[in-house]
Design a protein around this ligand. Structure first.
Ligand code: BDP
Length: 475
């Protein structure tokens, strides 16, 4: 077992974690079933509320470029078609089943879907039931600016203060290769289209808020966007997928839990844009492995460790928030299921739950020594709004346990911990947090809380291989 010491500097405050940091992302095509998000989707709303009292629901993804605003469904058959085509999914297809829409796999152009005012009214009810706010993706990929303006007017009217921003498209830096634009499509052309859509929508909805560019990964689009549109945007966004494609055998749990150069590049782009524009940055869509995820990686306990760690990592680098993409029975979805069959929490949900339980507050500067003994151990200290100090510690090593001694820099009456646990790192069904599973409607409370021993003012916890804990120092 490796011994490592964490020292927190309570006098050196880092970035804040706000109550809108956490978030989920769903495909726009989910709105093709206007009942999925609605006021009486109480089971799903319960799961979502458990992750935070005022998180952010982002609607977008590849399917946003194939969703068409249908203000007057003169032919109700259109809508029926949506629902009927969704019903044809079967369980053997993890992506689509029943009336839930999973993450798009990018293999072929998604089926067109109608979005109606009813779906928007129901979405508003759903946001009210959750207490969450909205980022709404419009269709610039294959849609018309006038339709986007019409849709935006309805969303603005119905969602009101629930709306944080519109995004005009999804991953435009990949348009050149996914059939949406010709192979020579570049940033300059994109910026021209973005400007035109923005203006058309603004004429119709003068105070509509915008964010972007919602690029897949390309900092060479992100940074110029920040420069050009810093006055038009309320925040900047880009996506991040840790791995992919799933067919590549080197996309594994080990790789997911290790350091990732793609993430470093993401953070560099984020910092440059924030510096350039003075605007906050949101990782508006992320998950473990693109093309809908990878079985035995994206649906395992490893994804719980990965997701919670990424949230703290992003916060420490100064990001404003994150949206985990999912839906349906997708491999990487945090919440799986349908309204008809009920919902359940997947491992990644438990990672988000740990983050939610850490609460909002301000990160503290910290040091792990000797770092080389456990390079994949990470730990984040947070001063909560009530003054209690929390530490989230992740042992991402598969081959070693770690004995972690924590000097929290202030006296504590009591130090306790709840663990994020599963019998094996590749377990897909038995994740617990605080010894408890998440039940119907997001019901959860810790059943097992340990009191940690304190030696010379420092608390000690042992973290077995592939495990994590949330430690609370009560004053
Ligand atoms: C992103 C898309 C999303 C997909 C996801 C994936 O925005 O619609 O579901 O990739 O490939 O690029 O899993």
């Amino acid at each position: 077992m490796a011994s490592v010491r964490l020292t927190l500097r309570t006098d050196r405050l880092g970035h804040k974690i706000g109550d809108d940091f956490t978030g989920l992302s769903y495909e726009s095509a989910q709105l093709g079933n206007p009942h999925f998000f609605s006021g009486d989707s109480t089971d799903l709303a319960g799961f979502i509320k458990r992750l935070g009292t005022s998180g952010v629901l982002r609607i977008g993804g590849n399917t946003s470029e194939y969703c068409y605003w249908t203000p007057n469904p003169a032919k109700p058959a259109n809508i029926q078609n949506n629902i009927d085509s969704m019903r044809t999914g079967d369980r053997a297809n993890p992506i689509a089943f029943g009336l839930s829409v999973g993450p798009d796999t990018g293999h072929k152009a998604p089926a067109p879907v109608n979005i109606t005012p009813l779906a928007i009214r129901h979405l508003r009810e759903f946001l009210d039931a959750c207490g969450w706010r909205l980022i709404y993706g419009l269709n610039m990929g294959t849609g018309m600016a006038e339709d986007a303006a019409d849709e935006a007017a309805c969303v603005m009217d119905v969602a009101g203060s629930k709306l944080i921003a519109f995004q005009l498209c999804n991953e435009p830096d990949l348009f050149y290769r996914n059939g949406i634009r010709p192979a020579d499509y570049d940033f300059r052309q994109f910026a021209g289209e973005w400007q035109r859509f923005y203006q058309t929508i603004r004429v119709r909805v003068p105070n509509a808020p915008f964010a972007g560019p919602d690029t897949a990964y390309n900092n060479e689009w992100l940074v110029p966007f920040a420069k050009q549109f810093k006055r038009e945007a309320v925040f900047l966004s880009q996506h991040y997928y840790a791995e992919g494609p799933p067919t590549d055998p080197s996309m594994t749990i080990e790789r997911l839990l290790g350091p990732n150069p793609k993430l470093q590049a993401e953070f560099e782009g984020m910092k440059e844009t924030m510096h350039e524009s003075g605007l906050p940055f949101r990782l508006a869509e992320t998950n473990s492995c693109y093309q809908g995820g990878k079985p035995d990686v994206s649906d395992t306990f490893a994804s719980a460790l990965w997701s919670a760690n990424l949230m703290f990592q992003l916060a420490s680098e100064g990001g404003m928030g994150i949206n985990y993409h999912g839906g349906g029975y997708g491999w990487y979805t945090p919440i799986a299921g349908t309204r008809e069959d009920g919902f359940l929490a997947r491992p990644i949900y438990y990672g988000m739950l740990l983050f939610a339980q850490a609460g909002t507050g301000q990160l503290l500067e910290s040091k792990l020594e000797p770092w080389e003994r456990a390079p994949l151990l990470t730990a984040y200290g947070l001063r909560g709004n009530t003054g209690a100090i929390k530490v989230a510690a992740f042992n991402k090593h598969l081959d070693r346990g770690v004995r972690l001694t924590i000097d929290a820099g202030q006296r504590a009456q009591r130090v306790s911990s709840v663990r994020l646990h599963a019998p094996r790192v590749d377990d897909t069904t038995d994740t617990t947090f605080g010894g408890a599973t998440v039940g119907a409607g997001g019901a959860w409370s810790a059943m097992r809380e340990e009191t940690l021993s304190v030696e010379n003012g420092a608390a000690v916890i042992e973290l077995s291989a592939a495990s994590a804990a949330l430690i609370t120092f009560e004053r």
